[in-house]
Design a protein around this ligand. Structure first.
Ligand code: PLP
Length: 400
């Protein structure tokens, strides 16, 4: 019978989706499941963005848009990059895509040949290696250690760079660890990259605003302006403006790469939904009080989660500097047995048992390439988060 393409062979479904599926099944059986599995803000899209979409639709802004984005949104993106990141872009150095995810898809499809290596520091968001593999890319994962606060040490990067390296992916603040890199580490990373002039750099800055305490964020392209000719700086409205469903992401980078990404997108999806573009432009130009409120809410939840988990015997929990996840280590819980006699060998065993016995859905670190950890999303109502942490503590107490 008809067959699927070779390029999909061995590509797993992301574990994040598998955990969400199991959680739904238990809920359907009537269990009170708390899900900390998904990275989706529990805020509403700001009303000024929704109103801008409404106005655009009523005004007839409902026809095919340009593939790479409407001029009004590109202008708002250029203002955003200049104001917030100190980066200047011309319109033909910008592209608007269907979510940040399509930025990555376009960029990788436009550049990766089979056998090219794509360096994705672990722990990582699952999509980078999966998309790279669709095009025959070979993911390579230097580790970011808990003792370094999960930031990328330049010497770890240097150790994995080869003549086959095509891309380095940087994602700080990081999903899943919440880590930031210091400016000094980023300068060290830039120094390593200067020895590899054929390597592209993807800086995924989608969590840039979600930064806590006295930490501050800087764009990689601003730290290493001499590398700008090969840095693709990507961002989106999903996380900063609670607009996950509008599917608007964008990137600024060298003209030649942007033009190639435009070719890919033109043959895949064409331009992004017009009214979503109008909403995104309003969000980028709008007031920043909503971001401030989100940051203080996430910071408060993070502290609650970290304080509770650090007190759980057998858990370690680094303090995340940004994003909305906690990434506790559970090494000392492995090798133990649950009440009903299940041996917990791996973080996947732990996450499954936690879901099935305590009804808390998390994602095991194995999904993000660094074990044994759990990822907990703090984009969850305070009361649920508190109850979930209490359930985790009780579950761990019952291990023998
Ligand atoms: N980059 C990172 C690190 C993410 O965590 C996500 C979403 O989970 C995205 C990009 C994709 O965002 P979008 O919804 O804009 O495709």
């Amino acid at each position: 019978g008809p067959r699927l393409a070779k390029r999909l062979e061995g590509l797993p479904a992301p574990a994040t989706i598998e955990m969400a599926r199991r959680a739904r099944a238990l809920r359907a059986e009537g269990h009170n499941v708390i899900s900390l599995a998904l990275g989706e803000p529990d805020f509403a899209t700001p009303s000024y963005a929704v109103e801008a979409a409404h106005r655009a639709a009523l005004a007839g802004d409902t026809k095919y848009p340009p593939v790479d984005g409407k001029p009004a949104l590109k202008a708002a993106i250029a203002r955003k990059f200049s104001r917030e990141n100190g980066l200047a872009f011309e319109p033909d150095e910008l592209i608007v895509c269907n979510g940040g995810k399509q930025v990555i898809f376009n960029a990788f499809m436009a550049t990766i040949n089979p056998g090219d290596e794509v360096v994705v520091p672990a722990p990582y968001w699952v999509s980078y290696p999966l998309i790279a593999r669709m095009f025959g890319g070979i993911p390579v994962h230097p580790e970011c250690d808990e003792v370094d606060g999960f930031s990328l040490r330049p010497e770890r990067l240097a150790a994995v760079m080869t003549s086959k390296t095509k891309w380095l992916v940087l994602n700080f603040p990081n999903n899943p660890s919440g880590a930031l890199c210091t400016d000094e580490d980023l300068r060290g990373i830039a120094a390593v990259l200067r020895d590899y002039p054929d390597v592209w750099i993807l800086s995924d800055e989608i969590y840039e605003h979600l930064v806590f305490d006295n930490h501050s964020f800087r764009s990689f392209a601003a730290i290493a302006p001499d590398l700008r000719g090969r840095v693709l700086t990507m961002n989106g409205v999903a996380k900063a403006y609670a607009m996950t469903g509008w599917r608007v992401g964008y990137a600024g980078g060298p003209r030649e790469l942007i033009a190639a990404m435009r070719v890919v997108q033109g043959n895949a999806t064409s331009g992004v939904c017009t009214v979503a573009q109008a909403a995104a432009a309003a969000a980028l130009d709008g007031p920043s009080d909503m971001i401030r409120e989100m940051v203080s809410t996430y910071a408060r939840r993070r502290s609650m989660v970290v304080d509770t988990l650090q007190a759980v015997p057998g858990f370690t929990c680094a303090v995340p500097s940004g994003a909305f996840y906690a990434y506790p280590g559970i090494a000392a819980c492995l090798g133990k047995t649950t009440r009903d006699g299940r041996l917990l060998r791996t973080d996947t065993d732990f996450a499954m048992a936690l879901l099935e016995q305590a009804y808390v859905a998390t994602v095991p670190g194995s999904a993000f390439g660094l074990s044994p950890y759990l990822r907990l999303s703090c984009a969850t109502a305070d009361a649920d988060l508190k109850e979930a942490c209490a359930r985790i503590a009780r579950f761990v107490e019952t291990l023998r």
